[in-house]
Every structure is written in C-alpha cells, then in structure tokens.
Design a protein around this ligand. Structure first.
Ligand code: PLP
Length: 341
C-alpha cells in the first residue's frame, strides 16, 4: 500500500524546525556553558541530553534495532500524546482503537480534540478481519492503535501484520507488555512497513516505571520527526543515569521477568481454587483479567485489606485486572480472596 509520510503530518508542521540547541554536541565536554540561562551552581544545574545516545544504543541493541529508528518519550504516554499531536488535526481527524484497550488512547484523543473510532473485540478479545476491513473502508482515521498484549484483556492480537498491511495511515503497535509474552516483537517488521510505529516502555518488564522512559521505533523519517517535535529535554538527567545503571545488570532484569512469569503460573493455580472466580482470561502479560461473581464486592474487600486492584466493571462486566506481584503479595491476595464468602 502506497504510504506518503508527508501527507500524514499535520499540514502546519511540515518542515517545522524544532528548538535548536548546540548543547547536544557539547555533552560531557569541558566547555563554558553560558547558552541556556542555567545556574552555574548546584547538583542538577544542567539541562539533560535531549537525545541520549548511550541509552539509545543499549535500547537498540536489546531490541535488535538501529539507533536511527529509535526515539524516547517521558513514558510511552508522552509518545502516544505526541503521535496524535503530530498526525491528527484537532476537530477534524480521528484515530482508531480497539475496544476494550488501554484507556489513555481515548483520554489523549479527548485532550487533543481528536475523534475516536472503535473496533469492538470479539468474545476472545480478538479483532474480526471482515469487520476491520469494512470499518476502515468507511473511515478516514489517521492512526490505528493496536495494543498487543492488550491492556486490560492480557491477550496478544492474532496476525498483527494483516492490520498493519491493510491500514493506510499510521499503525502504532503498543508493546508495553511484550517482554512477558512468547510472541515476537513487531520491531522486526519496521523495514517492511513505512507506516509502522512500535511503542515500548521501561515501566513494565524492565521495572523502571518511576524513571518515565518510553521507547518508540519507526522509520528513520518518523523517528527524526518525533525527535524534532518532542519537548527538548523530556528525559531527566537522573532518569538517564539511573536507567544506564539498571542496564548494567541486565541479568537481574531478565531474572525478574522469569520470576514474575513463574509467579504468574502459581497465581493462576491459586485463583483457579477461588470460589468467587468465574473466569480467568488467558494472559501474555504480567496481569490477569478476572471475572468474579461480584467484582465490586471483591474490589472493596481487597481494598479493605489494603490490596489495590483495578476495577474494570461496568465496561468489562464483573472484571478486575490484577497484576502479578511478589510471592508474598500474591499469597496475601489469595488468602484474602479465599476468605471472602
Ligand atoms: C498498553 C500500555 N501502553 C502504555 C502505557 C504507558 O506506559 P508508560 O509508563 O511508559 O507511560 C501503559 C501503562 O500502563 C500501558 O498499559
């Protein structure tokens, strides 16, 4: 399918030049910095690197990608917002999302005055191909957001490539939970599809939610567009430093993922024994979507014991989304659940 990036960008942004700073080429050099009205004193007095190459190199290596295809956000939330701000004209354009899916797509669309078209998932939380083709034939949506594994349902979306191939606008595959999943990342499809963007995050499997680092992958043209148009210093210097330190111990990160997956199996076995549980949906992520006889009651009872879960009722009737915690947290959860009559 013919794809022309210039036709995707909001017209007034074509050729726009971002905030220019000399600083990035002088990072870590002994220079006299009188260019940015910083304070010469203090521990955190300097602005951070706006395009941190060390961190990007590590992320490129981990994801078998090239640094030119990579861009960073203050969490992938910021990249979701920027996607709409770069491609969607307020009060005119629309995005297409799966229903149910990650709530922030709709919230950012609302903030940007962008319309939302929804593709209803079937009872297995999969897209229906016929329905998809029919919907897009009548739609002008600029961006399609596909979340796989999907939040809050937990499942991976079958045959993602079919949707990427058939959509004429930008397709964003949000892989926030991919490291917990047996499925391959869509990053390997980047060479094949110029309309593809993949979003990842350090908040989930990498255990760095507090650092706020989201990672985008796309063609070099799209990547440089995001680097040009993002806020100039969107990742703090402390976050950059701490993320690099965490990646020094990649084995620990991998062990934690393994541990979470083992705990997930045990948690599922425990939940299978709980009388109040109606259904545990299949999950490729670090959480379960669970249908209870009375989700509201379970939610309140757990909250009464200081256990926070995510109530998805009424959109997903009688469902809670529950993350996999430590062994102790999971057994505390199971203990409270087993005592609810
Ligand atoms: C599917 C999905 N995408 C993106 C995000 C946002 O992640 P970040 O912490 O990188 O902003 C989340 C967080 O819950 C998520 O579930």
């Amino acid at each position: 399918m013919e794809f022309n990036l210039n036709k995707m960008i909001r017209p007034h942004l074509a050729g726009v030049k971002s905030y220019q700073t000399l600083r990035d080429s002088y990072i870590n050099k002994q220079a006299v910095y009188l260019d940015a009205n910083e304070n010469p004193f203090g521990q955190f007095n300097r602005y951070p690197d706006g395009d941190p190459i060390q961190l990007k190199k590590i992320l490129a290596e981990i994801n078998q990608a090239k640094t030119e295809n990579l861009f960073l956000g203050n969490g992938s939330d910021e990249l979701i917002d920027l996607t709409m701000r770069i491609f969607c004209e307020p009060a005119k354009d629309s995005i297409m999302i799966m229903n149910p899916s990650f709530v922030m797509y709709e919230i950012y669309a609302k903030m940007n005055n962008v319309k939302v078209e929804k593709l209803q998932l079937n009872s297995d939380f999969q897209l229906e191909k016929e329905q998809f083709l029919d919907t897009i034939s009548k739609s002008q949506a600029k961006v399609l957001f596909l979340c796989s594994p999907n939040n809050p349902t937990g499942n991976s979306i079958d045959d993602l490539e079919f949707y990427i191939q058939n959509f004429k606008g930008i397709v964003v595959v949000d892989e926030a939970y991919i490291e917990f999943s047996p499925e391959d990342s869509a990053v390997k499809l980047l060479n094949k599809y110029p309309n593809l963007m993949v979003l990842k995050t350090l908040s989930k499997a990498f255990g760095m939610a507090g650092l706020r680092i989201g990672v985008g992958f796309a063609s070099a043209e799209i990547a440089s567009l995001f680097i040009q148009l993002k806020p100039p210093y969107n990742i703090s210097s402390e976050s950059q430093k701490l993320a690099l330190e965490q990646f020094n111990n990649i084995e620990q990160i991998q062990n934690n993922i393994k541990f979470i997956l083992e705990e997930k199996k045990k948690l599922k076995e425990g939940l299978d024994q709980i009388n109040e549980v109606v259904k545990i949906y299949p999950s490729d992520a670090n959480f379960f979507l669970i249908e209870f006889k009375d989700a509201q009651l379970i939610y309140q009872k757990l909250l009464g014991k200081n256990i926070l879960t995510s109530l998805r009722h009424p959109n997903l009737k009688n469902c809670l989304r529950i993350s996999v915690g430590t062994a102790q947290e999971n057994s505390e959860l199971l203990k409270v659940l087993s005592e609810i009559k």
